[in-house]
Design a protein around this ligand. Structure first.
Ligand SMILES: NC(=O)c1ccc[n+]([C@@H]2O[C@H](COP(=O)([O-])OP(=O)(O)OC[C@H]3O[C@@H](n4cnc5c(N)ncnc54)[C@H](O)[C@@H]3O)[C@@H](O)[C@H]2O)c1
Ligand SMILES: O=C(O)C[C@H](O)C(=O)O
Length: 333
């Protein structure tokens, strides 16, 4: 499999590539031809990472190509991880990156359209991730729209971790958490369909175990603002946890998620109109991967509180879409 990682010389790239090459992206039996795309000023850092990748002698790493050429980077690609872009600093919102980073993803979408393999899957990590994925997809008209996704798996993992800490239960005993909307402060971490497995073997619904005040005043803001919290504490945006989430997203996409009750995850995918989210918008939903394709979990309970939170985040996505359209970053339909 050919895997292209953009921004390979950056901090997420450094946290991602060794785990990817060890087999954590596609599994222990899939050799990888790695393409590292950087801008000229990032090539040296990517070359340094490539030297260390070689020194790890990973059995699954078949080849490594470093380039600043889009055509070469995406020729025959099966999995594209679009990380390369500017991170925000303290005091910024992710949408502040819209103009600077948005310009990156149109040409990369066009290069994917021109040269990718027919089974290509694209994960956009670069922020603002949902709208950057929309830009990339708009420039790839020959690629099925459902192959373009944006990362909200980090938010999903954060929500599960917060619940695990609050309820004092292992993360593996929590199912049914959903992230809705935009990977931004407006995101909605939803636990109203979540359950906890009991040691006795039964399950309890989370909404019976937490109070509304904790949800609205602690849980939701802590998850939604975690990116800013990390920037404030470590002085830079998340990297290793983001790399882990990217691996989780693609691994589950390719290998499948659980089929049992609540065994879904979260990803920003192209809406088909489900749950009233406008068609074509790339918004986070509860999803399962079935036969290698993300499918939106249907039939979940969405009460008035959840509805209002989802609508607010979707409204922000529509505003971002209009903003990038006004900047001429979306390809003509
Ligand atoms: N969606 C998420 O959950 C999530 C989580 C963490 C970070 N992010 C985002 O990921 C992005 C990367 O973060 P980082 O910490 O790795 O930043 P970084 O600055 O450490 O690295 C970014 C790298 O991208 C390269 N780059 C810039 N423009 C490029 C282009 N056009 N093509 C290829 N490479 C290019 C830079 O040279 C640099 O090496 C940021 O936008 C950040 O906000 C998203
Ligand atoms: O918060 C950021 O800017 C980085 C990333 O989107 C995150 O959620 O950690």
């Amino acid at each position: 499999m050919t895997v292209t990682v953009t921004g390979a010389g950056g901090q997420i790239g450094y946290a991602l590539l060794f785990r990817l090459a060890s087999g954590q992206l596609l599994g222990p039996n899939t050799p990888i031809n790695l393409r590292l795309l950087e801008i000229p000023q990032g090539l040296a850092a990517a070359e340094g990472t490539a030297l260390e990748l070689a020194d790890c002698a990973f059995p699954l790493l078949a080849s490594t190509t470093i380039t600043d050429d889009l055509t070469r980077a995406f020729d025959g690609v099966n999995v594209a991880l679009l990380v390369g872009s500017r991170p925000r600093a303290a005091g910024m919102e992710r949408a502040d990156l819209l103009a600077a980073n948005g310009r990156i993803f149109g040409p990369q979408g066009a290069a994917i359209n021109a040269g990718a393999a027919s089974d290509v899957r694209v994960l956009v990590v670069g922020n603002p991730a949902n709208t950057n994925a929309l830009i990339a997809r708009s420039h790839a008209p020959d690629v099925p729209a459902d192959r373009f996704t944006a990362m909200t798996r980090l938010d999903h993992n954060r929500a599960v971790a917060q619940l695990s800490e609050h309820l004092a239960v292992p993360v593996g005993d929590i199912d049914g958490v959903s992230i809705w909307g935009n990977h931004s402060a407006s995101q909605y971490p939803d636990v109203f369909n979540a359950t906890v497995r009991l040691e006795s073997g039964g399950r309890r619904v989370v909404r019976d175990l937490v109070d509304e005040r904790w949800l609205t005043e602690h849980f939701i803001p802590r998850v939604a603002q975690r990116g800013s919290e990390i920037i404030a504490v470590r002085g830079a945006s998340s990297a290793a946890s983001a790399a882990g989430a990217a691996l989780d997203h693609v691994h589950d996409w390719v290998n499948g998620t659980g089929t049992g009750p609540g065994e879904w995850t979260s990803a920003a995918v192209v809406s088909d109109g489900s749950y009233g989210v406008p068609e074509g918008l790339i918004s986070s939903f509860p999803v399962r991967s079935v036969a290698g394709a993300w499918t939106i979990e249907q039939g979940l309970t969405v009460g008035d509180f959840s509805r209002s939170r989802i609508d607010a985040s979707v409204a922000e996505l529509l505003a971002e879409r209009d903003a990038v359209a006004a900047l001429g970053l979306l390809a003509a339909e």
